[in-house]
Design a protein around this ligand. Sequence first.
Ligand SMILES: O=C(O)CCC(=O)C(=O)O
Ligand SMILES: [Mn+2]
Length: 207
Amino acid sequence: MPFSNALFAKHPNLAPHDGELYLLSGFYPAAIADNYLQILLQTLAWQTERIYIYGRWLPVPRLMAWYGDPGADYRYSGIDHQPLPWTKELLTLRSDVEGICRQPFNSVLANLYRDGRDSMGCHADNEKELGPNPLIASLSFGETRLLRFRDNRSRMTLDIALSHGDLLIMAGELQHHWRHELPKTRQAKQPRINLTFRRIVSTPNPA
Ligand SMILES: O=C(O)CCC(=O)C(=O)O
Ligand SMILES: [Mn+2]
């Protein structure tokens, strides 16, 4: 079932099969995006997360922060995270993406890639607490970076450049069939912030 929303009629589905991917370039005009970039850099509670691999705790190569409604707990980097309360700007951004997606979001994962050495490894956003076919709205601010999708079966790749003010929507069965990563690059010098608005539909460890 395609993600039915009249607003997306003029945006092609960029996924060739098994899922839906819509890019709304310049969802925020540059001047507005500039303002959000500065505010988010300064006001979000950026943290270095650590991940346990091969018997050692190693820092994740980016900064992260998790915001949301009380109870929207989420497990990433192998750890359960409780959300911080929404900031004023995150609430405004959430309401903008909810208006377009016609879906409520109760949480947002913020990632800060300080420069091209920061990255995110290949993964799917297929955690149980997101439900079976999650619709995820991803906002980008700052440096343009490449998001690379990889088809699980054929290993075919699909690169999407995400720029300042862009909105990317992932929907349908995408997370079942594709993984995605943000590779390191020598080209990116400036910071980039990515916000993925999500809807947590169940808690990871019900009491
Ligand atoms: O930085 C990005 O564009 C991707 C972030 C991402 O995949 C995630 O937060 O799960
Ligand atoms: Mn992801």
